[in-house]
Design a protein around this ligand. Structure first.
Ligand code: BGC
Length: 491
């Protein structure tokens, strides 16, 4: 159980007295995750509009690695129109890329379906045939490679037309947003429901809310101020999740199939920068609850509450709408209270006093495998549900990706420990199969097991981590040699 007030942990990974091997059950699902906008050819959606605006006004800056500047996409101008349009050129390589994943031993593939590709205009009452044909290729390639499809219905982007005002609102806040969402979800189910055993309704709703409406680094670039100001949007996303959950379950029941439905929650270990500082500790605790658990609690109980406020609202049909908990984990954030300046805290991506100890990624994010186990155990304690790791990875652009390899092994070890302590973790999806478009960080942050060479016609080259991941899958975990090679036995 996490303590009432977190303190800062001095070690990056957990001790383990049990000797290797650290194995996972035969039905544990290993795979990778991607998202439509990040790898596919551009559709007419809110992010495409943002990209065009960035190019037109030459807004290519960042404040610091990992800290995008609102309204900007880091170094986007360094990439040609062709690259910006094709992203990874996945469109012409679907079959090859997925055959490569299958050949690497991956058993599953998480991807998202672009709402704008299926419904490019509001006049489309039926999905666009070319859009359907596109996703048919993906499902067919997965079937050929005997890989389980894990489908995300919303991964940050929505059709451009949804951003025209209706009754003074746009995007998810339009009064008719759920009507259009339902049409999209029904279309996906009608055409692909047969092949969707695991569904993720929303990807990281709190990142979407925070980045788009508080921090302003994602469309629609709002900075609404107080966290309470985003509650109507959070409610709408919960309604969208509940609606999708019930549609997917009803579709599966009609087909006589079973399906697991959940959503993906972005998690970090939030720890006080100054361990003994009570305000840092309080701020870290409040942020963790608000950012990670409030949304999950709402889905579990049916009532949305916001930590630190008296807000409480029941959302119809929401209670218990998750069959599993989807966890995305990306390391540690340090919280520093700043009582005299809004918003009264600062988020640090690594400790500026001791950066080496944090092994920062190319984005400056502190690596913290131990936090992974802590979050998984906390999730298991809170909800007693199966858990799927829907994302975990790091930005490491090097051809010999030593950081990615090290972290891969350490996180799998922590996941094994979490299972040992009762967390029912059933699958692990590495972010990501390929280098891709990392939102406001542009093409610079490289998360792929497979490198994409943008200067050489999108050429694919597996990094050493791809081979390591294949070995881990083949051995259903970590054998002694791997543990030794990556220093797990030394401390
Ligand atoms: C998102 C991905 C993103 C990854 C790495 C997650 O927050 O779901 O779209 O690329 O983290 O930043």
């Amino acid at each position: 159980m996490s303590p009432l007030l977190p303190s800062r942990c001095g070690v990056a990974r957990s001790a383990n007295r049990e000797p290797p091997p650290y194995r996972f059950p035969a039905d544990f699902l290993w795979g990778t995750a991607t998202a439509a906008y990040q790898i596919e050819g551009t559709q007419s959606d809110d992010w495409a509009a943002f990209e065009q605006d960035v190019i037109q006004h030459r807004r290519f800056e960042q404040l610091a690695p990992g800290k995008p500047r609102p309204g900007h996409i880091h170094r986007l101008g360094d990439y040609s129109q062709e690259i910006r349009q094709k992203k990874t050129d996945f469109d012409s390589r679907i079959e090859d890329d997925l055959a490569m994943a299958a050949a690497m031993g991956h058993q599953a593939y998480r991807f998202s379906i672009s709402w704008a590709r299926l419904f490019p205009s509001p006049a489309h009452t039926e999905p666009d045939p070319a859009g359907l044909a596109y996703y048919q290729r993906i499902f067919a390639a997965l079937a050929r490679g005997r890989m389980t499809a894990v489908v995300t219905l919303f991964h940050f982007t929505s059709p451009a037309w949804l951003w025209q005002q209706r009754a003074g609102r746009r995007g998810w806040e339009r009064p008719d947003a759920l009507f259009h969402w339902e049409r999209f979800v029904r279309a996906v189910l009608h055409h692909f429901g047969e092949h969707m055993p695991i569904v993720c309704t929303l990807n990281e709703p709190m990142v979407y809310v925070y980045a788009g409406y508080l921090d302003g680094v994602f469309p629609p670039h709002e900075q609404r101020g107080a966290p309470q100001s985003v509650l109507p949007l959070v409610e709408r996303l919960l309604e969208a999740h509940a609606l999708a959950y019930h549609l997917v379950k009803a579709d599966a029941a009609r087909r006589g199939k079973s399906v697991l439905v959940g959503f993906a929650q972005h998690t970090r270990a939030f720890e006080p920068l100054r361990s003994r500082h009570p305000l840092d500790r309080v701020a870290a605790a409040v942020i963790e609850r608000m950012f990670i658990w409030d949304f999950c609690d709402a889905v579990s109980s049916g009532t949305l509450r916001m930590t630190g406020t008296f807000f409480k609202k029941e959302i119809p049909n929401l209670r218990g709408t998750q069959d599993y908990l989807g966890i995305n984990y990306y390391g540690r954030y340090y919280i520093k209270a700043t009582p005299l300046t809004e918003p009264h805290f600062e988020v640090l991506m690594h400790d500026p006093e001791a950066p080496e100890a944090d092994r920062p990624s190319d984005l400056g994010w502190a690596s913290y495998p131990r936090g992974f186990r802590v979050i998984l155990q906390e999730a298991a304690r809170r909800y007693q549900l199966p858990i799927y790791i829907l994302e975990n990875g790091t930005a490491d652009a090097r051809d010999d990706d030593t950081l990615r390899r090290q972290l891969l092994v350490e996180h799998i070890h922590e996941m094994w420990l979490a299972r040992r302590h009762g967390a029912d973790v059933r699958g692990y999806f590495h972010w990501s199969l390929l280098d891709n478009f990392e939102w406001a960080e542009g093409f610079e942050a490289r998360f792929g097991l497979i490198k994409v060479d943008y200067q050489d016609g999108f050429r694919r080259t597996p990094r050493p981590s791809a081979g390591l991941f294949s070995r881990i899958i083949a051995q259903s975990g970590l054998d002694e040699a791997t543990c030794r090679e990556y220093g797990l036995l030394s401390g």
